[in-house]
Design a protein around this ligand. Structure first.
Ligand SMILES: [Zn+2]
Length: 425
């Protein structure tokens, strides 16, 4: 089989949590950037008017050096030089695009205003907000949730998704009242782009292994139940045998084999399930298990005894608990391979928030499997509600996480009767 490898370029956007001092520096950097853009643009526009040749990147960089040396524009020295040069590169590109006859929609670059600059129509760096870009020198420390921006230092960010590939550049921009970083990467993958363009969210649960935001779900395989019963039986028998006797040892071996069978069945199940989801969806949003384990009650499963959830799900749960982490890992590498992605979101209150009116209440969860909003009366399968809320959070992550954003979900209303298992149990 011939596998064609393609280079995939991707941008990963995160919200930054700079210190007051760092935020001030960012304001200065963005301001200097805007200044350099406008200054160089004015220079070129006057040359155009006087029918003189335009200044291109290397000439503009020379001019930048002169401005820096002048007393008037000494503030430019406080800013890292590379983002400023990037701006000049963008301006040069915008000018060459503007005169490119094959691209009729391009316009002459425009001046940038504070907070909402004009820039080139569609031109790189001509975005509609304060920003500056580093072509190199940035570092990413995912474990400590921080990025290194030259001359600003290590800045905390809200780590919501794994960054895949080699970092090519980083752009810092302001959106509303906060700062975001967009990390541009490149990596090789099997196909490009992902065969699908859809986005789906997954709610991981006990009764259903996984519920998808499109209404489909995965049930744990029956073989788990059978093997668990066998295991429980075998363990009872072991307890009745004389320790270290020949029979006891034999029984011990039997139990070890059962564990192995369960592990194999689970591995097989997780592989099938992750392949199925990965093939069909370019973006997969999941709950961040690290956060979820810290706040187990948020899920409401065991905290809400309802119908002896605890007794029913004991072993099943422990088996699946270990499985969830593995499942997400598998999803992650399969998505990377296919050119898709996995996004992790904060799982808090996903089971208690109403997807319709966004009312958050424990009372919204009447029984283990039913959700009924005490505010607006919206009723749905509880696991599906979890998945819909996870999906909404995924959308917010892609938009650089505006916390107050109204959740917009253009989902068809799904009765629980519409849901169907997508992997035969
Ligand atoms: Zn509601």
């Amino acid at each position: 089989m011939i596998v064609i490898m393609t280079v995939i370029r991707k941008a990963f956007k995160f919200r930054l949590d700079p210190t007051t001092e760092q935020a001030q520096q960012m304001v200065e950097f963005a301001g200097a950037n805007r200044f350099v853009w406008n200054k160089a643009l004015a220079l070129n526009l006057s040359r155009l008017e006087n029918k003189q040749a335009l200044l291109w990147y290397f000439e503009l960089v020379f001019w930048l050096g002169l401005w820096k040396q002048s007393e008037e524009y000494a503030f430019l020295k406080a800013v890292h030089s590379q983002p400023l040069q990037q701006t000049l590169k963008d301006l040069s590109r915008a000018f060459s695009d503007a005169f490119d006859k094959t691209q009729p929609l391009k316009r002459i670059p425009r001046f940038k205003k504070k907070g909402a600059g004009g820039g080139a129509a569609g031109g790189a760096g001509g975005g509609a907000r304060d920003s500056f870009r580093y072509p190199q020198g940035c570092k990413l420390d995912e474990k400590a949730n921080r990025v290194y921006l030259p001359k600003i230092g290590w800045v905390k960010y809200r780590n919501s998704r794994q960054v895949i590939g080699d970092i090519k550049n980083m752009t810092v921009s302001r959106k509303g009242g906060h700062w975001c970083v967009s990390i541009q990467t490149e990596y090789e993958a099997q196909t490009s782009p992902h065969p699908s363009t859809s986005m789906v969210a997954i709610d991981l649960g006990v009764n259903r292994f996984a519920t998808l935001s499109d209404g489909s779900y995965l049930e744990p395989l029956n073989i788990f139940k059978q093997l668990q019963e066998k295991l429980a039986f075998a363990q009872r028998r072991l307890s009745k045998k004389v320790k270290f006797s020949a029979n006891w040892k034999k029984q011990k071996k039997k139990i070890a084999r059962l564990y192995e069978r369960i592990a194999n069945a689970r591995h097989d199940f997780l592989h099938k399930a992750s392949t199925l989801i990965s093939k069909n969806h370019a973006m997969v949003v999941v709950e961040d298990l690290k956060v979820r384990n810290m706040s187990k009650s948020a899920k409401g499963d065991l905290a809400n005894p309802g119908r002896n959830v605890k007794a029913k799900s004991g072993l099943n749960r422990s088996i699946l608990d270990q499985g969830w982490g593995m499942f997400i890992q598998m999803l992650q590498y399969k998505q990377t391979w296919l050119g898709g992605e996995v996004i992790k979101v904060n799982p808090q209150h996903t089971s208690q928030t109403c997807p319709e009116c966004h009312h958050v209440s424990k009372d919204n969860r009447t029984a283990q499997s039913r959700f009924k909003c005490v505010e607006c009366g919206y009723t749905e399968n509880a696991d599906l509600v979890g998945a819909l809320n996870v999906l909404a959070r995924g959308h917010r992550v892609l938009a650089c996480g505006v916390e107050t954003l109204v959740l917009t979900m253009k989902q068809e209303p799904l009765g629980s009767s519409d849901t169907r298992p997508i992997l035969a149990a």
